[in-house]
Write a protein that binds this ligand. Sequence first.
Ligand code: AMP
Ligand code: MG
Length: 306
Amino acid sequence: MGVPFRIVLYAADATAATNAARAAFQRIAQLNAILSDYDPDSEVSRLCHPKVAGQPTPVSPELWFMLERSQALAKTTGGAFDVTVGPLVNLWRRARRHQELPSTNLVREALAHTGWRQVELDAATHRVTLRGPDVRLDFGAIAKGYAADEALRVLREAGIPRALVAAAGDMAVGEAPPGQPGWKVEVSVSDATNAPPPKILWVHHAAVASSGDIFQRLEIAGRRYSHILDPRTGMPLTDHSLVTVIARDGTTADSLSTAVSVLGPTEGLSLIEATPGAAVRIVRAPPEGHAVEVRESRRFRRWEAR
Ligand code: AMP
Ligand code: MG
């Protein structure tokens, strides 16, 4: 998944802690071997092999779960969240490496292979059909949250409920550390001028995910392009947004943070309010000298340290 995972846990003794942590990391490695688009031998890469196009292919329960959740979110967001962004992601990754914008023709071509309707799920048999040889799946916006959920579950089942699993900006937490109201989480700060100060949250039995363009971006002629793309236009986001979602699990938090980034504050807030237990904070600094905009959903304050 291209990022280091970190586990923090409280256990009765060192042996129990080491064994449980090892099992949790193994589960993360297992999911990486299924979902990574960097690994040419991963289950996803094999599913996207041009020779497999058009054929109903049985997939693992994990890949099925990711596809089911991703397709459902693609439908509710009108394609703002879409794991078929692979061709576009590759195009813009290359652009970042070469510090050069792709031509409109190349964007148009990548767009032609993008869209959630390119993936067909057969719920009865758990078979998946990709409609063309150029369809590429990318779970970069949802898999880290899922892996954090799974690692946390492994720890819980090993008798360790007080734990935190974090992968870059995504984390899932169980019971609070001893004597604490929760896990203390500092919400990343936007690097925009006049950005508001950081916020401190206390979280337990929940997940926190952040999406933004602070760490991964392409800058050309003074304009910053995010690693998050709008699959409807083929273009990266340019509104300098930093979106932090709190949800009941990592899969939900991770996917929603990306979805809200693309949808923008108005539609994004409605999506969050409609999701049981979810909350969001959006900090945006659109270009062209507009003021920094901060929006929070109703449930966000519930998690804030006072
Ligand atoms: P995140 O950091 O969780 O917001 O995920 C961003 C990653 O998800 C990118 O690096 C891409 O691999 C992928 N991605 C980019 N745009 C989208 C999108 N609109 N829907 C789904 N995945 C995306
Ligand atoms: Mg995400």
